[in-house]
Write a protein that binds this ligand. Sequence first.
Ligand code: SAH
Length: 376
Amino acid sequence: MQDEEKIQRTVSGGPETAGAAAKTELAGMTEAELTAWAAAQGLPAFRGKQVFEWIHRGEDFDGMTNLSKEVREKLKETAVAQCAEIRLSRKSALDGTVKFLFALRDGNCVEGVLMRYRYGVSLCISTQVGCRMGCRFCASTLDGRVRDLTAGEMLGEILAATRYLRPEGEKVSHVVLMGSGEPLDNYDEVIRFLRLLREENGVRISLRNVSLSTCGIVPRIYDLAKENLPVTLCISLHAPNDRIRRQTMPIANKYAIREILEACRHYIRVTGRRVIFEYALVDGLNAGEAEARELAGLLRGMQCHVNLIPLNEVKERQLKGVSEDTVRAFLKVLQERHISATRRREMGDDIEGACGQLRRKTINTSRSEATCESLT
Ligand code: SAH
Protein backbone atom coordinates (compact mmCIF):
# COMPACT_ATOMS: atom_id res chain seq x y z
CA MET A 1 0.00 0.00 0.00
CA GLN A 2 2.81 2.34 0.97
CA ASP A 3 4.50 1.86 -2.38
CA GLU A 4 1.28 2.25 -4.28
CA GLU A 5 0.68 5.50 -2.40
CA LYS A 6 4.14 6.72 -3.22
CA ILE A 7 3.62 6.04 -6.88
CA GLN A 8 0.32 7.83 -6.83
CA ARG A 9 1.81 10.89 -5.21
CA THR A 10 4.50 11.02 -7.84
CA VAL A 11 3.17 12.40 -11.07
CA SER A 12 5.03 12.84 -14.25
CA GLY A 13 6.23 16.33 -14.92
CA GLY A 14 4.02 18.68 -16.88
CA PRO A 15 4.98 19.99 -20.28
CA GLU A 16 7.27 22.57 -18.75
CA THR A 17 9.36 19.77 -17.30
CA ALA A 18 9.24 17.43 -20.26
CA GLY A 19 12.21 15.13 -20.11
CA ALA A 20 12.87 15.90 -16.47
CA ALA A 21 12.40 13.28 -13.78
CA ALA A 22 8.94 12.88 -12.28
CA LYS A 23 8.25 15.35 -9.53
CA THR A 24 6.44 14.72 -6.29
CA GLU A 25 3.03 16.34 -6.02
CA LEU A 26 2.94 17.85 -2.55
CA ALA A 27 -0.61 19.19 -2.63
CA GLY A 28 -2.06 15.69 -2.31
CA MET A 29 -0.22 15.00 0.94
CA THR A 30 -1.48 15.35 4.47
CA GLU A 31 0.59 17.45 6.84
CA ALA A 32 2.01 14.28 8.42
CA GLU A 33 2.99 12.90 5.01
CA LEU A 34 4.56 16.15 3.95
CA THR A 35 6.51 16.35 7.18
CA ALA A 36 7.81 12.83 6.63
CA TRP A 37 8.66 13.70 3.03
CA ALA A 38 10.57 16.82 4.13
CA ALA A 39 12.53 14.76 6.63
CA ALA A 40 13.42 12.28 3.87
CA GLN A 41 14.77 15.22 1.87
CA GLY A 42 17.05 16.07 4.77
CA LEU A 43 14.99 19.06 5.86
CA PRO A 44 13.92 19.72 9.45
CA ALA A 45 10.40 18.47 10.16
CA PHE A 46 9.01 21.97 10.77
CA ARG A 47 9.74 22.77 7.12
CA GLY A 48 7.13 20.19 6.14
CA LYS A 49 4.53 21.98 8.24
CA GLN A 50 5.48 25.34 6.73
CA VAL A 51 5.27 24.04 3.19
CA PHE A 52 1.93 22.40 3.93
CA GLU A 53 0.50 25.67 5.25
CA TRP A 54 1.77 27.66 2.28
CA ILE A 55 0.36 25.19 -0.20
CA HIS A 56 -3.06 25.31 1.41
CA ARG A 57 -2.98 29.09 1.27
CA GLY A 58 -2.50 28.78 -2.48
CA GLU A 59 1.17 29.74 -2.62
CA ASP A 60 3.79 28.33 -4.94
CA PHE A 61 7.41 27.86 -3.84
CA ASP A 62 8.37 31.41 -4.79
CA GLY A 63 5.83 32.80 -2.34
CA MET A 64 7.04 30.70 0.62
CA THR A 65 8.82 33.62 2.17
CA ASN A 66 9.90 31.97 5.41
CA LEU A 67 11.98 29.45 3.46
CA SER A 68 15.42 30.39 2.28
CA LYS A 69 15.96 30.80 -1.44
CA GLU A 70 18.23 27.79 -1.36
CA VAL A 71 15.57 25.55 0.19
CA ARG A 72 12.94 26.81 -2.26
CA GLU A 73 15.17 26.07 -5.23
CA LYS A 74 15.91 22.61 -3.91
CA LEU A 75 12.21 21.89 -3.45
CA LYS A 76 11.43 23.15 -6.94
CA GLU A 77 13.80 20.61 -8.43
CA THR A 78 11.99 17.63 -6.99
CA ALA A 79 8.46 18.70 -6.19
CA VAL A 80 5.34 20.53 -7.32
CA ALA A 81 3.35 22.73 -4.94
CA GLN A 82 0.38 23.94 -7.00
CA CYS A 83 -1.01 21.66 -9.65
CA ALA A 84 -3.83 23.66 -11.19
CA GLU A 85 -3.84 27.18 -12.51
CA ILE A 86 -6.58 29.33 -13.97
CA ARG A 87 -6.00 29.57 -17.69
CA LEU A 88 -9.17 31.48 -18.42
CA SER A 89 -12.08 32.85 -16.46
CA ARG A 90 -15.42 34.22 -17.55
CA LYS A 91 -17.60 36.16 -15.20
CA SER A 92 -21.37 36.29 -15.58
CA ALA A 93 -22.80 39.75 -15.93
CA LEU A 94 -26.03 38.44 -14.44
CA ASP A 95 -24.98 37.12 -11.05
CA GLY A 96 -21.19 37.22 -10.67
CA THR A 97 -20.83 33.50 -11.27
CA VAL A 98 -17.39 32.72 -12.68
CA LYS A 99 -16.52 29.86 -14.98
CA PHE A 100 -12.89 28.78 -14.84
CA LEU A 101 -10.76 26.78 -17.15
CA PHE A 102 -8.17 25.11 -14.93
CA ALA A 103 -4.98 23.99 -16.64
CA LEU A 104 -3.32 20.89 -15.25
CA ARG A 105 0.39 20.26 -15.61
CA ASP A 106 0.10 17.74 -18.43
CA GLY A 107 -1.77 20.14 -20.71
CA ASN A 108 -5.23 18.82 -19.92
CA CYS A 109 -7.86 21.26 -18.73
CA VAL A 110 -10.99 20.92 -16.67
CA GLU A 111 -13.71 23.43 -15.96
CA GLY A 112 -15.04 24.68 -12.66
CA VAL A 113 -17.69 27.17 -11.58
CA LEU A 114 -17.68 29.60 -8.70
CA MET A 115 -21.06 30.70 -7.38
CA ARG A 116 -21.81 33.40 -4.87
CA TYR A 117 -24.65 32.75 -2.47
CA ARG A 118 -25.88 34.54 0.61
CA TYR A 119 -24.32 31.84 2.74
CA GLY A 120 -20.91 31.91 1.08
CA VAL A 121 -18.88 31.10 -1.99
CA SER A 122 -19.36 27.70 -3.56
CA LEU A 123 -16.92 26.13 -5.99
CA CYS A 124 -17.98 23.36 -8.34
CA ILE A 125 -14.93 21.24 -9.15
CA SER A 126 -14.12 18.48 -11.63
CA THR A 127 -12.92 15.07 -10.51
CA GLN A 128 -11.90 13.59 -13.87
CA VAL A 129 -10.76 14.90 -17.24
CA GLY A 130 -13.87 13.92 -19.20
CA CYS A 131 -16.15 11.16 -17.96
CA ARG A 132 -16.97 7.63 -19.04
CA MET A 133 -20.52 7.42 -17.74
CA GLY A 134 -22.02 8.40 -21.10
CA CYS A 135 -25.16 10.22 -19.89
CA ARG A 136 -26.96 11.39 -22.99
CA PHE A 137 -27.68 14.92 -21.74
CA CYS A 138 -24.22 15.80 -20.48
CA ALA A 139 -21.39 17.65 -22.23
CA SER A 140 -18.65 16.35 -19.92
CA THR A 141 -18.86 12.83 -21.27
CA LEU A 142 -18.81 13.64 -25.00
CA ASP A 143 -15.18 12.57 -25.43
CA GLY A 144 -15.17 9.85 -22.77
CA ARG A 145 -12.77 9.80 -19.86
CA VAL A 146 -9.19 10.91 -20.43
CA ARG A 147 -7.88 10.41 -16.91
CA ASP A 148 -8.64 10.73 -13.23
CA LEU A 149 -7.63 13.82 -11.32
CA THR A 150 -5.34 13.33 -8.34
CA ALA A 151 -6.37 14.56 -4.89
CA GLY A 152 -3.74 17.30 -5.25
CA GLU A 153 -5.30 18.47 -8.49
CA MET A 154 -8.79 18.60 -6.98
CA LEU A 155 -7.41 20.61 -4.06
CA GLY A 156 -5.49 22.61 -6.69
CA GLU A 157 -8.79 23.76 -8.23
CA ILE A 158 -9.81 25.17 -4.85
CA LEU A 159 -6.41 26.78 -4.33
CA ALA A 160 -6.50 28.39 -7.77
CA ALA A 161 -9.92 29.84 -6.94
CA THR A 162 -8.52 30.97 -3.58
CA ARG A 163 -5.85 32.99 -5.40
CA TYR A 164 -8.49 34.44 -7.71
CA LEU A 165 -10.69 35.49 -4.76
CA ARG A 166 -7.95 36.91 -2.57
CA PRO A 167 -8.02 40.48 -3.95
CA GLU A 168 -11.78 40.51 -3.41
CA GLY A 169 -11.39 39.43 0.21
CA GLU A 170 -13.45 36.30 -0.38
CA LYS A 171 -12.80 32.62 0.20
CA VAL A 172 -14.27 29.33 -0.96
CA SER A 173 -16.58 28.07 1.80
CA HIS A 174 -18.53 25.35 0.01
CA VAL A 175 -17.46 22.72 -2.50
CA VAL A 176 -19.58 20.65 -4.85
CA LEU A 177 -18.16 17.70 -6.74
CA MET A 178 -20.37 18.32 -9.74
CA GLY A 179 -17.98 19.35 -12.47
CA SER A 180 -16.77 16.93 -15.09
CA GLY A 181 -16.23 13.36 -14.01
CA GLU A 182 -17.91 10.79 -11.84
CA PRO A 183 -16.45 11.15 -8.32
CA LEU A 184 -17.21 7.56 -7.33
CA ASP A 185 -15.37 6.34 -10.44
CA ASN A 186 -12.24 7.96 -8.97
CA TYR A 187 -12.97 6.83 -5.46
CA ASP A 188 -9.58 6.67 -3.70
CA GLU A 189 -8.38 10.08 -4.86
CA VAL A 190 -11.73 11.69 -4.07
CA ILE A 191 -11.66 10.28 -0.53
CA ARG A 192 -8.08 11.46 -0.05
CA PHE A 193 -9.12 14.91 -1.30
CA LEU A 194 -12.05 15.05 1.13
CA ARG A 195 -9.78 14.17 4.04
CA LEU A 196 -7.36 16.92 3.02
CA LEU A 197 -10.14 19.50 3.35
CA ARG A 198 -10.30 19.01 7.08
CA GLU A 199 -6.60 18.92 7.90
CA GLU A 200 -6.06 21.20 10.88
CA ASN A 201 -3.68 23.62 9.15
CA GLY A 202 -5.16 23.29 5.68
CA VAL A 203 -7.99 25.00 3.80
CA ARG A 204 -10.38 23.81 6.51
CA ILE A 205 -13.57 23.50 4.58
CA SER A 206 -16.16 21.70 6.68
CA LEU A 207 -17.28 18.47 5.05
CA ARG A 208 -20.82 19.52 5.93
CA ASN A 209 -20.35 22.16 3.26
CA VAL A 210 -19.33 19.60 0.66
CA SER A 211 -21.70 17.85 -1.75
CA LEU A 212 -20.72 14.83 -3.78
CA SER A 213 -22.85 14.04 -6.79
CA THR A 214 -22.97 10.60 -8.37
CA CYS A 215 -24.90 8.89 -11.13
CA GLY A 216 -25.34 6.04 -8.64
CA ILE A 217 -22.47 3.57 -8.45
CA VAL A 218 -24.10 1.48 -5.76
CA PRO A 219 -21.16 -0.42 -4.16
CA ARG A 220 -19.22 2.83 -3.81
CA ILE A 221 -22.16 4.47 -1.99
CA TYR A 222 -21.85 1.74 0.66
CA ASP A 223 -18.10 2.34 0.77
CA LEU A 224 -18.64 6.07 1.19
CA ALA A 225 -21.03 5.46 4.08
CA LYS A 226 -18.17 3.65 5.88
CA GLU A 227 -15.69 6.53 5.53
CA ASN A 228 -17.23 8.63 8.27
CA LEU A 229 -17.09 11.77 6.14
CA PRO A 230 -20.26 13.82 6.59
CA VAL A 231 -20.62 15.00 2.99
CA THR A 232 -24.02 15.51 1.39
CA LEU A 233 -24.69 12.73 -1.07
CA CYS A 234 -26.46 13.85 -4.25
CA ILE A 235 -27.86 11.30 -6.67
CA SER A 236 -28.42 12.12 -10.31
CA LEU A 237 -31.71 10.27 -10.58
CA HIS A 238 -33.40 11.99 -13.52
CA ALA A 239 -36.13 9.37 -13.85
CA PRO A 240 -38.90 7.79 -11.76
CA ASN A 241 -38.33 4.29 -13.17
CA ASP A 242 -35.60 2.20 -14.77
CA ARG A 243 -37.24 2.16 -18.19
CA ILE A 244 -36.98 5.95 -18.53
CA ARG A 245 -33.61 6.11 -16.79
CA ARG A 246 -32.07 3.65 -19.23
CA GLN A 247 -32.95 5.96 -22.09
CA THR A 248 -30.49 8.61 -20.95
CA MET A 249 -28.15 6.99 -18.41
CA PRO A 250 -26.12 3.88 -19.35
CA ILE A 251 -25.37 3.26 -15.66
CA ALA A 252 -29.08 2.40 -15.28
CA ASN A 253 -28.35 -0.87 -17.08
CA LYS A 254 -26.03 -1.81 -14.27
CA TYR A 255 -27.89 -0.66 -11.17
CA ALA A 256 -31.63 -0.47 -10.67
CA ILE A 257 -33.24 2.53 -8.98
CA ARG A 258 -34.40 0.15 -6.24
CA GLU A 259 -30.76 -0.70 -5.44
CA ILE A 260 -29.73 2.96 -5.50
CA LEU A 261 -32.51 3.89 -3.08
CA GLU A 262 -31.57 1.04 -0.77
CA ALA A 263 -27.98 2.31 -0.74
CA CYS A 264 -29.28 5.85 -0.04
CA ARG A 265 -31.39 4.64 2.89
CA HIS A 266 -28.28 2.99 4.26
CA TYR A 267 -26.28 6.22 3.77
CA ILE A 268 -28.97 8.21 5.60
CA ARG A 269 -29.03 5.70 8.48
CA VAL A 270 -25.26 5.70 8.89
CA THR A 271 -24.57 9.42 8.43
CA GLY A 272 -27.83 10.96 9.64
CA ARG A 273 -27.76 13.20 6.59
CA ARG A 274 -30.49 13.63 4.05
CA VAL A 275 -29.80 12.70 0.46
CA ILE A 276 -30.45 15.02 -2.46
CA PHE A 277 -31.92 13.75 -5.70
CA GLU A 278 -31.17 15.69 -8.84
CA TYR A 279 -33.79 15.54 -11.52
CA ALA A 280 -33.22 17.27 -14.86
CA LEU A 281 -36.53 17.72 -16.64
CA VAL A 282 -36.36 16.62 -20.27
CA ASP A 283 -39.19 17.46 -22.60
CA GLY A 284 -41.29 14.45 -23.56
CA LEU A 285 -39.28 12.04 -21.43
CA ASN A 286 -39.55 12.43 -17.66
CA ALA A 287 -41.30 15.74 -17.06
CA GLY A 288 -45.02 14.94 -17.02
CA GLU A 289 -47.31 14.91 -13.99
CA ALA A 290 -47.51 11.12 -14.20
CA GLU A 291 -43.75 10.93 -13.76
CA ALA A 292 -43.95 13.41 -10.88
CA ARG A 293 -46.50 11.17 -9.14
CA GLU A 294 -44.34 8.13 -9.73
CA LEU A 295 -41.30 9.93 -8.32
CA ALA A 296 -43.26 11.03 -5.25
CA GLY A 297 -44.30 7.41 -4.66
CA LEU A 298 -40.72 6.25 -4.97
CA LEU A 299 -39.35 8.73 -2.44
CA ARG A 300 -42.21 8.66 0.06
CA GLY A 301 -40.99 8.58 3.66
CA MET A 302 -37.36 9.13 2.76
CA GLN A 303 -35.23 11.81 4.39
CA CYS A 304 -34.45 13.56 1.13
CA HIS A 305 -34.78 16.61 -1.06
CA VAL A 306 -35.41 16.84 -4.77
CA ASN A 307 -33.60 19.40 -6.88
CA LEU A 308 -35.42 20.05 -10.13
CA ILE A 309 -33.34 21.37 -13.00
CA PRO A 310 -34.85 22.25 -16.35
CA LEU A 311 -32.45 20.48 -18.72
CA ASN A 312 -29.67 22.75 -19.91
CA GLU A 313 -29.46 22.17 -23.59
CA VAL A 314 -26.14 20.99 -24.94
CA LYS A 315 -25.64 21.70 -28.59
CA GLU A 316 -24.36 18.25 -29.54
CA ARG A 317 -27.40 16.64 -27.91
CA GLN A 318 -30.93 16.43 -29.23
CA LEU A 319 -32.69 16.54 -25.88
CA LYS A 320 -34.88 19.54 -25.10
CA GLY A 321 -35.54 21.41 -21.90
CA VAL A 322 -38.97 22.30 -20.50
CA SER A 323 -41.01 25.45 -19.86
CA GLU A 324 -41.32 27.12 -16.47
CA ASP A 325 -44.96 25.97 -16.37
CA THR A 326 -43.85 22.37 -16.67
CA VAL A 327 -41.35 22.84 -13.83
CA ARG A 328 -44.03 24.44 -11.66
CA ALA A 329 -46.55 21.69 -12.33
CA PHE A 330 -43.97 19.00 -11.54
CA LEU A 331 -42.95 20.76 -8.35
CA LYS A 332 -46.55 21.13 -7.24
CA VAL A 333 -47.22 17.39 -7.55
CA LEU A 334 -44.17 16.64 -5.40
CA GLN A 335 -45.00 19.24 -2.78
CA GLU A 336 -48.62 18.15 -2.53
CA ARG A 337 -47.28 14.71 -1.71
CA HIS A 338 -45.00 16.17 0.99
CA ILE A 339 -41.77 15.58 -0.88
CA SER A 340 -39.32 18.37 -0.13
CA ALA A 341 -38.42 19.83 -3.51
CA THR A 342 -37.19 23.02 -5.09
CA ARG A 343 -36.31 24.23 -8.50
CA ARG A 344 -32.59 24.74 -8.66
CA ARG A 345 -31.64 28.33 -9.24
CA GLU A 346 -29.69 28.69 -12.43
CA MET A 347 -26.47 30.56 -12.15
CA GLY A 348 -24.15 31.77 -14.83
CA ASP A 349 -26.75 31.36 -17.56
CA ASP A 350 -24.82 33.66 -19.88
CA ILE A 351 -21.52 31.79 -19.55
CA GLU A 352 -22.66 28.18 -19.95
CA GLY A 353 -21.75 27.58 -16.38
CA ALA A 354 -24.72 25.37 -15.60
CA CYS A 355 -24.91 21.68 -14.79
CA GLY A 356 -23.91 19.40 -17.61
CA GLN A 357 -22.34 22.13 -19.68
CA LEU A 358 -18.79 21.74 -18.49
CA ARG A 359 -16.30 20.34 -20.92
CA ARG A 360 -12.84 19.03 -21.22
CA LYS A 361 -10.36 21.20 -23.05
CA THR A 362 -6.86 20.31 -24.09
CA ILE A 363 -4.25 22.94 -24.27
CA ASN A 364 -1.26 22.22 -26.34
CA THR A 365 1.28 24.43 -24.66
CA SER A 366 3.24 24.88 -27.85
CA ARG A 367 0.24 26.75 -29.20
CA SER A 368 -0.97 30.10 -28.00
CA GLU A 369 -3.68 30.67 -25.45
CA ALA A 370 -6.05 31.24 -28.32
CA THR A 371 -6.52 27.46 -28.32
CA CYS A 372 -8.68 27.69 -25.28
CA GLU A 373 -10.67 30.71 -26.28
CA SER A 374 -13.39 28.18 -27.00
CA LEU A 375 -14.34 28.53 -23.34
CA THR A 376 -17.91 29.60 -23.80
N1 SAH B 1 -21.06 12.30 -12.50
C1 SAH B 1 -21.71 12.94 -11.39
C2 SAH B 1 -21.25 14.36 -11.29
C3 SAH B 1 -21.72 15.23 -12.41
S1 SAH B 1 -22.61 16.44 -11.62
C4 SAH B 1 -23.19 12.79 -11.48
O1 SAH B 1 -23.65 12.17 -12.44
O2 SAH B 1 -23.90 13.21 -10.59
C5 SAH B 1 -23.46 17.24 -12.77
C6 SAH B 1 -24.95 17.20 -12.53
O3 SAH B 1 -25.54 17.84 -13.65
C7 SAH B 1 -25.51 15.79 -12.51
O4 SAH B 1 -26.66 15.74 -11.73
C8 SAH B 1 -25.87 15.61 -13.95
O5 SAH B 1 -26.76 14.55 -14.14
C9 SAH B 1 -26.43 16.95 -14.27
N2 SAH B 1 -26.48 17.27 -15.69
C10 SAH B 1 -25.68 16.81 -16.66
N3 SAH B 1 -26.02 17.34 -17.84
C11 SAH B 1 -27.05 18.16 -17.61
C12 SAH B 1 -27.83 19.02 -18.43
N4 SAH B 1 -27.59 19.11 -19.73
N5 SAH B 1 -28.80 19.73 -17.85
C13 SAH B 1 -29.03 19.65 -16.51
N6 SAH B 1 -28.33 18.88 -15.69
C14 SAH B 1 -27.36 18.12 -16.22
